[in-house]
Design a protein. Structure first.
Length: 55
């Protein structure tokens, strides 16, 4: 989870974040029955949400 992409040093200025207007996001892997990652589920919003309890 990234509560505020503008405050995250790894994402500040990242093209996908700035062009798509991603303010915060959360993602989780989708794992099959054998433990292999099948895909990723993620959600985004255009505004940052402060701390949100992120580490």
């Amino acid at each position: 989870m990234v509560a505020d992409t503008r405050a995250d040093p790894h994402l500040t200025g990242h093209r996908d974040v700035t062009e798509r207007g991603i303010g915060s996001y959360v993602s989780a892997p989708i794992v099959d029955g054998e433990g292999k990652v099948y895909g990723i589920l993620c959600g985004t919003v255009p505004t940052g949400h402060g701390d949100c309890g992120s580490p």
